[in-house]
Ligand binder design. Structure first.
Ligand code: SF4
Length: 509
């Protein structure tokens, strides 16, 4: 998962994408980059590096940008080199950072959030049939080459939205996976597109320019537009969310300030939208609204619906929790409604060291184990002698949950029950979330009781698949949600995923 943001129309576009990116830091912490295009000088400016956004961009570096349109990216790698494999190879790690650029035709820069399942097939196609060599292991490079190829064939010197649209439709035909893309075309405008199933989010917002902006950018169009992975970035920057891009939609904002859009592909192909359910479960910021559904409200409903399952166990005498304890941060909202519905006290007795990164997206077992030990402290005086109902958003590998249960038991808990607002994750994700090889997923080959035993929990309670769909509650009665990591029903062909899986395992070993 990654965070992307693009701004068109204000002379401060690069500052806005920087600030918007800070609001998306939770979506990726490996690297960050910005690309801007200056209408007056006809120049691109870009900078990217490994690390957190605030570490990558100093005020001096930001001062070197200019331009009325910019795109930015914060990276969470699901494939590519890591420390354990190539400890000193900074060159390979830096090579895969976005934005990516290609000079012909026009000058194209792109960022994306997602994964292309058939990347190796595309790489072979580009090499053997188009004489294009890829320099990185980042699947975005395959997309930018496909776009470059399409535009080169259709527009040697002239340009139109139709040409852009046809080139992106060709990408939809060839690339399988989940992806949201933002791009700049030098001297032409900003474009965006979303995969035909809408697996990865992308939201459009707009705002009226200030008088100061109009003076600073005489060729202004009165408005500025922002596209981002989540609406929290739009809110922070003062943009009014207009709408989610539709699955398979192609949007272009020209340098004349005109907006072109087409969403015919998914309609003609009768493709059912499939938003990633894990956005509401874990990834998205609680302030965000995706597909017109508030993440905060969905998490409240996770807690309410989970309470029905917990209450049945209490009524039958299987468990007798004294307090509900959220595992910070994501489960906090659901734990409040779980506690309210059960009428059992809510207690924050696991205290997070806020300066430690989220452990799920650290990508080696060593780093995850170390992070769990460092990031939480249990308040023993509030735990001792009590039956504790812990709540977490999800269980992926089980490493973190196991260590937390140990910690709560060491603090003197009588019994520890573990509940989660996501059904058992049994299958890998090939669309941009690093749910790894099935053998690393704790629930892939165990029953619920066996997972409980592995974790050391006295009882393990998962939110059911139906209750998860009901809680998220977007249109389509759950039909419009991807739940492939839960039920193995992949909406996009994953027949070429074996190569992807092998490469991911190779880089994650
Ligand atoms: S497989 Fe799971 S994590 Fe991946 S897109 Fe589908 S719901 Fe999201």
């Amino acid at each position: 998962m990654c965070g992307i943001v693009g701004v068109f129309g204000t002379p401060y576009s690069f500052q806005e994408v920087y600030q918007g990116l800070l609001l998306l830091q939770h979506r990726g912490q490996d690297a960050a980059g910005i690309l801007s295009f200056d209408y007056d000088s006809k120049e691109f400016h870009h900078y990217k590096d490994l690390g957190l956004i605030s570490d990558v961009f100093s005020p001096e570096i930001l001062a070197g940008f200019s331009g009325h349109m910019s795109i930015a990216h914060t990276r969470y790698s699901t494939i590519g080199p890591n420390e354990s494999k190539q400890p000193k190879n900074q060159i390979d790690k830096k090579r895969d950072i976005q934005p990516m650029m290609i000079n012909y035709p026009f000058g194209i820069g792109m960022v994306h959030n997602g994964n292309i399942v058939n990347y190796y097939e595309l790489k072979k196609y580009l090499s053997e049939e188009k004489d294009r060599h890829l320099f990185t292991r980042n699947d975005l490079e395959a997309l930018i080459n496909l776009l470059s190829d399409g535009l080169s064939e259709r527009s040697k010197t002239t340009f139109s939205f139709d040409q852009l649209q046809l080139s992106i439709l060709n990408i939809f035909e060839r690339a399988r996976g989940g992806f949201s893309v933002l791009g700049l075309l030098a001297d032409k405008g900003l474009f965006a597109f979303r995969d035909p199933h809408g697996l990865r989010p992308l939201i459009l917002g707009e705002r009226v320019l200030t008088e100061e902006e109009k003076v600073a950018h005489p060729k202004h169009f009165g408005k500025s537009y922002c596209l981002a992975s989540e609406s929290n970035a739009l809110n922070f920057l003062g943009y009014t969310p207009v709408r989610d891009l539709e699955p398979g939609e192609i949007l272009f904002i020209s340098d004349m300030g005109e907006i072109y859009s087409s969403a015919i592909y998914s309609k003609l192909k009768k493709i059912t939208p499939k938003s990633c359910m894990f956005e509401w479960v874990y990834f998205a910021n609680p302030e965000s609204v995706l597909e017109e559904r508030s993440v905060y409200s969905a998490r409240l409903d996770f807690g309410k619906n989970l309470a029905l399952e917990v209450q049945a166990l209490i009524d039958s005498g299987v468990i007798a929790p004294d307090i509900v304890v959220p595992i910070p941060e994501t489960s906090r909202v659901a734990a409040i409604s779980l506690s309210e519905t059960l009428k059992i006290p809510y207690r924050e007795v696991l205290i997070k060291n806020r300066y430690i990164q989220r452990s799920f997206i650290l990508n080696t077992p060593e780093s995850r184990k170390r992070a769990v030990q460092l990031k939480l402290t249990a308040i023993a005086s509030e735990i001792e002698g009590k039956n504790i109902l812990l709540l977490d958003d999800s269980i992926v590998r089980g490493t973190t949950s196991k260590r937390i249960i140990e910690m709560v038991k060491e603090a003197g808990a009588k019994e520890v029950y573990f509940a989660t607002t996501c059904p058992p994750i049994k299958f890998p994700c090939y669309y941009g979330v690093d749910f790894p090889d099935p053998k690393e997923l704790v629930a892939s080959s165990r029953t619920i009781d066996e997972v409980a035993e592995y974790l050391g929990a006295d009882k393990l309670i998962y939110l059911s698949e139906e209750a998860t769909k009901k809680s998220i509650g977007i249109k389509g009665n759950g039909e419009n949600l991807c739940m492939a990591c839960i039920n193995g029903c992949y909406p996009v062909d994953v027949s070429s995923a074996k190569v992807f899986q092998d490469m991911r395992s190779f880089h994650r070993e």
